[in-house]
Write a protein that binds this ligand. Structure first.
Ligand SMILES: Nc1ncnc2c1ncn2[C@@H]1O[C@H](COP(=O)(O)OP(=O)(O)OP(=O)(O)O)[C@@H](O)[C@H]1O
Ligand SMILES: [Mg+2]
Length: 294
């Protein structure tokens, strides 16, 4: 079965879509079979994959409402080489309907189960909110990748994301894990970015990905051509960074798989407890930053 990765941060504009599209495309370059799920009514991952969100026959909306299956709604992103469950603004109305349904947060999980055996990884690009859509992603996912910009308010709100993850671990998705934190649009010359980074390392240790994604104008241009960065400009700093991130992701995945095979029930419980501590750590890190800037 595919590993399902939700790319999440309720803060807007922190590189979720850029990371989802380029991680998916880089995983294809390593011969992995990938389904990218666009779970944002903005449809940015759809457009960035070269699929016109205004001309969809079926979309993730129909899948969430149980009107068509995932295999009927998926399309091929021809340039990128992955399959895509596309999205557009109709998803906003679907979210309201999901809210009215009993167990409406289970729909994506059930729909993805149909195609799970056909992929190595499914990557879900989430909207900038802790909404019913994000909840569907977190219920369907095995792990959560948090993208963040190293700015002053970077950590604010993340403790509520971790609380949500913790609640899900207790009930709807006991196996859910935090995959890691990825720093995006990173500028090493910026003093604040370095400060936020060191807070992250102090509180989250090796959950912080070593690879940082630099601010790179080519990454911002590529979506307007409907291309992942590897096909738009494979030699730019952004393309190299996403390839390195993909390598790190795969190494961590292999290590987790080995560890899971050896894990005792006590270790599993300790992993869950780590999420609780991480929630407190986000608050502590944001407080430290605020104090150092008072
Ligand atoms: N490393 C980068 N360098 C330069 N620009 C970037 C980089 N990453 C993302 N961008 C640009 O920043 C903007 C926000 O990025 P992106 O859409 O990936 O964030 P997001 O978290 O998905 O946003 P939203 O919350 O609205 O869905 C986009 O215009 C994108 O092209
Ligand atoms: Mg986005």
């Amino acid at each position: 079965m595919a590993k399902v990765l939700a790319v999440v941060n309720q803060k807007g504009g922190v590189g979720k879509t850029t990371t989802s599209v380029n991680l998916a495309a880089s995983l294809v370059a390593t011969k992995r079979r990938i389904l990218l799920v666009d779970l944002d009514p903005q449809g940015n991952a759809t457009m960035g994959s070269g699929v016109n969100k205004n001309e969809l026959q079926n979309s993730v909306v129909d899948v969430l409402l149980g009107e068509v299956s995932a295999s009927q709604a998926r399309v091929k992103s021809t340039p990128a080489g992955y399959d895509l469950l596309p999205s557009n603004s109709e998803l906003t109305a679907a979210e309201v309907q999901l809210l009215q349904r009993q167990n409406g947060c289970l729909n994506l999980k059930q729909a993805l189960a149909e195609v799970g055996a056909q992929y190595d990884f499914m990557v879900i690009d989430c909207p900038p909110s802790l909404s019913m859509l994000t909840l569907n992603a977190l219920v369907a996912a095995n792990s959560v990748l948090i993208t963040m910009q190293c700015e002053y308010y970077a950590l604010e709100g993340l403790s509520s994301l971790l609380e949500t993850i913790q609640q899900l671990q207790g009930h709807l998705n006991p196996a859910l894990e935090v995959e890691g934190l990825v720093r995006t649009m990173y500028d090493p010359r910026n003093r604040l970015a370095m400060e936020v980074s060191s807070q992250l390392h102090e509180h989250f240790g090796d959950k912080v990905y070593r690879t940082v994604i630099p601010r790179n104008v080519r990454l911002a241009e590529a979506p307007s051509y409907g291309l992942p960065i590897l096909l738009y400009d494979k030699n730019c700093a952004g393309a190299k960074a996403y390839l390195t991130l993909t390598g790190e992701f795969l190494r961590r995945h292999d290590r987790q798989t080995q560890d899971e095979n050896r894990q005792t029930p006590q270790q599993e419980a300790a992993n869950k407890a780590n999420t609780v501590t991480a929630g407190a750590a986000f608050d502590a890190a944001q407080n430290n930053l605020e104090q150092s800037h008072d």
